[in-house]
Design a protein around this ligand. Sequence first.
Ligand code: MLT
Length: 400
Amino acid sequence: MAIVNGNYANLKESYLFADIANKVAAYAAANPDKKIIRMGIGDVTMPLARCVVDALVKASIDQGSADTFHGYGPEQGYKFFQDAVAGYYADFGVELDAKEIFCSDGAKSDCGNLTDLFCNADTILIPDPVYPVYLDTNIMCGRNIKYMEGNPENGFLPMPPKDIKADVIYLCSPNNPTGAVYSKEQLEAWVAYALENDSVILFDAAYEAFVSDPAVPRSIYLIPGAKKCAIELCSLSKLGSFTGTRCGYTIVPLELVRPDEQGNMMSLNKMWLRRQTTKYNGTSYIIQRGAEAIFSEEGLKQCRKNLAYYQENAKIMMAGLDKVGIKYFGGVHSPYIWLQCPNGMGSWEFFDMLLEKFGIVGTPGAGFGKCGEGYFRLTAFGSRENTIEAMERIVAGFGK
Ligand code: MLT
């Protein structure tokens, strides 16, 4: 008899965004005439940059000729992809060895896959509220999870706990869902904590491209010592509009070593390479060529235009919320606005009201953890027209 992984029974019935998609589909079916404005899942609306499309087309044509055809590629990614990422990081002051960069099909997959590197006895420290993937993937393998509270008092930026010695720590900055960003000093405190406790930080930098202040670190590796204690995950979903095209990368420093259960020192870079060569056949050549083009001068120029468009949306949203006196966090270095539900409403209560009365979809804060109760996330990834319309609906509804 096959015995299945009982940890799955400890998960919520369904994944947060699947749950919301089902609710919205039911509402849309019951109200076919209503225009629904989607500000829930952080999915982009701007298309791929022209030079990225050209690179994808060219790479597809390469695959049709024997002399330019590519079969199985290196599991960790082609050198051209690694060099492109290394060049991008060098531009903001981080030196990476190509061997430290592993191409993925997006940060979400690697975020779950990285649990393979750690032992079941490890204590996992997770912020609350949090991107549900960190939590669910650790529940799936039955890990000992400790939470650190994000709240208005700490600006939703929990700092190292004095009473917990965590082995693996998840940090996300700019943060999903709250839009909060750690300062250099705050990240220095985290790196110091990780070095003191021999922990490993899993740093999710998926939203780094939204940082508009050079004093705010876009990578944990801008903090001295971080290469000895941190793995960084990043995604091209938001920077390059790759939510549907799928590509990201994970940086596992060569300097990062930790002991196994017998005390043998292990290189996490070597372990990850071993894991990827065994369980992953690499991101497709075509997609990596498209991703490479994102990092070209022309690609970045176009992608930054898209980011500026979303940043303008965020400003429109913040102005609307200011008008009706709804408090919020984020929105500055982030496409997410984390608002306090008005009139003391619960997150799901506000979700239902916003959908039914105003035809707007957002994400209930409670879906990101118990500290998210009473909060609500809106994304700035919509079209300008829809963003303006959504805010007009909110201002009209709450302005009295
Ligand atoms: C979100 O809405 O939190 C993200 O778009 C989900 C993701 O990146 O997987």
